[in-house]
Design a protein around this ligand. Structure first.
Ligand code: SF4
Ligand code: SF4
Length: 228
């Protein structure tokens, strides 16, 4: 049974509603997706996850979502790991009606935060935004961090401060994810780009969490986005 105190999504969603960037980044990435839609709205590339209480809220307010089914993506070559295997107990996988039928007020938190997650240091501090590194070659924003609106960054941090305050165990989940990122990046001898909560931008050493202030031009670009 879920004993988490309720997070009020009716209040939370409007406070985390600023677009990630001023331009339509979906137009930048969809042209590189064989399905012709933004990668983050393509069930074959990203399966949205929602908290159980969030799913309850969505079910009561919109017909945008239904529970994800393993047959939702027909691309056999993309059928990699079982997405349910590392899903936390308090979450559920969902499928929406698709990008052309999106209802912005009812986007899940996972839609709003993509491609970022709250980075938690080894000594358990939520210092800012790190990106979903598995999407480096797909997501245009990851190659254009300079385009991330400062209001979006602010709202992201406020949202997760509130969430972690109410659900401290959620921070543990992101601490684990951050640890995984440190491990991947230290193996590749790379530093982790951080959009810090103080408004500045850094490269973080995955071996010791030391941060070095940087400029957007120092951040790497990937895949087709290296040229634009
Ligand atoms: S967030 Fe990334 S994947 Fe999603 S629409 Fe924007 S560029 Fe595409
Ligand atoms: S709800 Fe909207 S933003 Fe979220 S995956 Fe569906 S189309 Fe994309």
């Amino acid at each position: 049974m879920n004993k988490q105190p309720p997070l009020d999504f009716e209040i939370l969603y409007p406070r985390f509603n600023t677009p990630i960037t001023d331009l339509d980044c979906g137009q930048k990435c969809a042209i590189h997706n064989s399905h012709g839609v933004p990668f983050c709205c393509d069930i074959c590339h990203a399966i949205p996850a929602a908290y159980q209480s969030e799913w309850k809220f969505l079910r009561q307010n919109t017909n945008l979502w239904r529970e994800w089914e393993s047959t939702d993506c027909n691309d056999v070559e993309l059928d990699a790991n079982n997405p349910l295997s590392d899903l936390p107990d308090n979450m559920i996988l969902l499928t929406c009606q698709g990008a052309s039928l999106c209802q912005r007020p009812y986007r899940a938190l996972s839609c709003r935060q993509f491609p970022f997650f709250p980075y938690v240091t080894e000594d358990f501090r939520f210092i800012g935004l790190a990106y979903e590194w598995q999407f480096e070659n797909e997501c245009w924003i990851i190659s254009h961090l300079e385009q991330v609106a400062s209001t979006y960054r602010y709202e992201f941090i406020q949202t997760f401060d509130k969430t972690f305050n109410l659900w401290p165990e959620e921070m543990e989940n992101y601490a684990n994810k951050s640890e995984e990122m440190r491990s991947v990046f230290s193996e590749k001898k790379r530093r982790i780009p951080i959009l810090h909560r103080n408004g500045k931008n850094y490269l973080l050493n995955p071996l010791n969490d030391h941060i070095r202030i940087t400029t957007f031009s120092q951040y790497q670009k990937f895949g087709p986005y290296q040229i634009y």
